[in-house]
Design a protein around this ligand. Structure first.
Ligand code: OVM
Length: 411
C-alpha cells in the first residue's frame, strides 16, 4: 500500500489496511489471563493479523459467528489448529468430525448426534443423578474446605462418562493427559506441546486400543456407534475414529466446564442463593458459565477462497484464529459481558462453536452439570473461595489446576 496525501485519500478504507498485533496469544502471559489480549484484539478491529504466526484472527462476536457458520468459506479439513494439513502431516489421523467438511463430515456427525441426542440421554438421567448425589455426599462427608477441581469437576465426569461410553476399566487415568495434549496440539509447538511429547505415542496407542468393538461394553455410546456401522450409516473403518472423538473431546472439556461453573458460583455467592431459590435456573447457569469462561477458547479455520470479511481481504489458504472466548465477552453483543448473571439470556454464545460443527456432545455436558448442581443445591448453603484458583495452562482450553473452596452445609 503506497502512502497517499490526506487530500486525495479514498473515501473507502483500503481493504488491505488490517491491524497487526504482535503479542503471542499462546504465550504463558496471555494463557494465564487472556482477557486483556481479548479486549485488545476486539478493539484493534473486526479482522486482525497476528504477526507472531503470520495468521489472521477475529475476536468480535459478529465476525466470529459469521465465520463459524460459513463452512464453505472457512474449512475444517485443513485442521482446526495452527498446523495446515495441506502442507504438514497431521500428528494423528484427523478426526472424522472436527477435522472434516461436508460431505465427509455428514455421516459421522449424523451418527454421533443421534447417539448423544437429548432423547438418547434420557435413560442416563436417573443414574447420573444418583451418582452425583453419591459423589456430593462423599465429598461433603470430608473437610468443609477442599479442592473443587479434583473433588468434583474431575471426579464427576470420570465417574459417569467412561462408563457411559462403555470403556473398559484399565488405563482410565490416561484420558485427561491425552485430552490435555490434543488440545495443546491445536496451538503452536511451544513448551506445552513439548511437555506432552514423551507420552504421546503411549497415550495415543492406548486410546486407539480402546475403540474397537471387542473391548467396548455391549451397551453404551461406543456400542451405539458400532451399531450404526452395522446399519450401514458409517463404515466399520470409521467407527473406531468416532469412538476416539468421544474419548478425546468428552473428558477435559466437561471437567473444565464444571470447574468454570463451580468457580462462577464460588465467586458470586448471591447467584448461588438465587439458583437454590429456583433450581430451574440450572440450564441458564450452565450456558452462562460456558459463555463467561469459554472452556474451549479458540479454534482455527482455513480459507477455501479469497474472502472479504468486514472490509478485510483474506486470501485463499490462510489460517484464521477464531477467539470464542473473546466473542463471548464482546460488549457489542453482551451487556456487562464480564458479569456472571443468571438473569441474562446467554443463548447464542459461541462457547460450543456455531453451525455444522457446534459441539455434538453438549447435551452430555449439560446433563453432567445439571446432575451435579441439582445434587449440590439442597445440601450446600454457600460455596466460597478460600484462596486464588490455580490455572492449568493449555493452548486451547481455559483450564483449572485447583479451585480451593469452603462449603457451608444445609443443616
Ligand atoms: C475429535 C475432537 C478432539 C478435540 C476436540 C473436539 C471440541 C473434537 O477428536 O473429534 O471438539
Amino acid at each position: 500500500m503506497t502512502a497517499r496525501a490526506e487530500s486525495d485519500a479514498p473515501m473507502t478504507v483500503p481493504a488491505s489496511t488490517v491491524p497487526v498485533l504482535s503479542e503471542d496469544p499462546f504465550g504463558d502471559d496471555v494463557l494465564t489471563d487472556p482477557l486483556p489480549f481479548h479486549a485488545a484484539l476486539r478493539e484493534a478491529g473486526p479482522v486482525v493479523r497476528l504477526a507472531a504466526y503470520g495468521i489472521w484472527a477475529m475476536g468480535r462476536y459478529a465476525e466470529v459467528h459469521t465465520s463459524l457458520t460459513d463452512w464453505q468459506g472457512f474449512q475444517s479439513a485443513a485442521g482446526v489448529g495452527l498446523s495446515d494439513f495441506k502442507r504438514e502431516k497431521p500428528w494423528r489421523p484427523p478426526s472424522l468430525l472436527l477435522e472434516a467438511d461436508p460431505p465427509q463430515h455428514d455421516a459421522p456427525r449424523h451418527v454421533l448426534a443421534n447417539v448423544l441426542s437429548p432423547r438418547a440421554l434420557k435413560k442416563l438421567r436417573p443414574a447420573w443423578a444418583a451418582d452425583a448425589e453419591e459423589l456430593v455426599a462423599e465429598v461433603l462427608a470430608g473437610p468443609s474446605e477442599f479442592d473443587a477441581v479434583a473433588g468434583l469437576a474431575e471426579a464427576f465426569p470420570l465417574r459417569v462418562f467412561p462408563d457411559a461410553v462403555g470403556l473398559s476399566q484399565g488405563g482410565r487415568e490416561h484420558l485427561l493427559p491425552y485430552g490435555d495434549h490434543v488440545f495443546n496440539a491445536f496451538g503452536p509447538v511451544n513448551h506445552l506441546v513439548e511437555k506432552g511429547q514423551p507420552r504421546v505415542a503411549e497415550l495415543g496407542a492406548w486410546v486407539a486400543s480402546r475403540c474397537t468393538r471387542d473391548v467396548l461394553a455391549p451397551e453404551g455410546f461406543g456400542a451405539d456407534i458400532w451399531a450404526a456401522a452395522d446399519r450401514g450409516e458409517i463404515t466399520p473403518q470409521q467407527a473406531p475414529l468416532i469412538v476416539r472423538s468421544l474419548l478425546t473431546a468428552g473428558v477435559d472439556t466437561t471437567v473444565h466446564a464444571l470447574s468454570a461453573i463451580l468457580h462462577s458460583f464460588a465467586a458470586h455467592p448471591n447467584e448461588w442463593t438465587r439458583l437454590r431459590a429456583d433450581p430451574s435456573l440450572v440450564r441458564t447457569a450452565f450456558d452462562e458459565a460456558i459463555r463467561l469462561e469459554s472452556p474451549v477458547q479458540t479454534f482455527f479455520r482455513t480459507t477455501t477462497q479469497d474472502l472479504r470479511v468486514a472490509g478485510a481481504d483474506i486470501p485463499e489458504g490462510e489460517k484464521v484464529l477464531l477467539f470464542l472466548g473473546a466473542a463471548n465477552r464482546d460488549p457489542r453483543r453482551w451487556e456487562d459481558p464480564d458479569d456472571f448473571d443468571l438473569s441474562r439470556d446467554p443463548s447464542g454464545h459461541v462457547g460450543f462453536g456455531m453451525g455444522i460443527h457446534q459441539c455434538v456432545g453438549q447435551h452430555v455436558a449439560r446433563l453432567e452439570a445439571e446432575a451435579l448442581l441439582l445434587a449440590m443445591i439442597p445440601r450446600i448453603r454457600r460455596i466460597e473461595l478460600t484462596g486464588p484458583p490455580q490455572r492449568h495452562l493449555n493452548n486451547t482450553l481455559r483450564a483449572w489446576g485447583s479451585l480451593p473452596v469452603r462449603v457451608e452445609l444445609e443443616r
